[in-house]
Design a protein around this ligand. Sequence first.
Ligand SMILES: [Zn+2]
Length: 317
Amino acid sequence: MQKIVSIVNRLAALAAKYAYVIGRVALLSCFGMAATNALELTGDPVQGGLLVGQLEPGQSVQYRGKALQLDQQHRFIVALDRDAEPELVLQVSSPASSLASTQAQSMNTQVYPFAIRTREYSIQHIEGVEQKYVEPNPKQVERSRREGQWVVNARRQQRAQNDFFDGFIWPVRGPITGVFGSQRVYNGQPRRPHYGVDVARPTGTPVVAPSAGLVTLAHPDLYFSGGTLIIDHGHGLSSTFLHLSKLLVEEGQQVRQGQQVGHIGATGRVTGAHLDWRMNWTGAGGNIRLDPQLLVEPMSDWVALPHESIESTKTGD
Ligand SMILES: [Zn+2]
């Protein structure tokens, strides 16, 4: 019998969806001259959050040295990882002619720092777990590694679709049994954090697309995640649904917000039926995991349950 010896840092209740404007006065990259124009970002500037920026025509923006995709209205997104640094730094380049300065050549890039709130995640320390449950067998590792590559490939899309700027809806409503960022430590060895939000409903419950997108992976049986669906929303942002019992769409299919795409199940390495909804952003290279729960309205009609062991092992982050 596993013994839970300590539970620390219960995740604070998530704040209601609320738009912050966190633009700051720009810092000039040279000459120390005061700049009057600010870059505005909307969204909650918190670890796991999604921010939307607005540029002027002709401007471009870089994050970690990579140019971010813009839509026709000059908007871009930046997602913040579970353990994102407390400061986000964006570089905005403007055409020299748009700046009223004789030193335009050296003033066309501005650096914008934004403060990011950190979070505390639920960490469970569990001792006395039999070693065979802690170390997966090599065949499983081999299979899940191969399948993980399909998942990575499916999330590499950088399409221009931008419907998601209008917002997201819950793919299914029900009690939340698992939250973003939580982590277990078995016998002192930290496991991969949980990157999704789990909603427990019976097998067969319909799941809908939280926003429009293109189906980039539809697989009935991956080792850890079972019936797995990935919907690319555009700009490198995607949703992944795990443990589905039935897939109603195929790879390459365009779906609209609210369209039924599958049924809840208990497939893969789980012990109970639920939907695990994850969101990823690959728009700056790499793989940033977001908290889907920050993008949708709170579910006041369902009581959150303690997030207990309906999943034994996690993958597909
Ligand atoms: Zn989960």
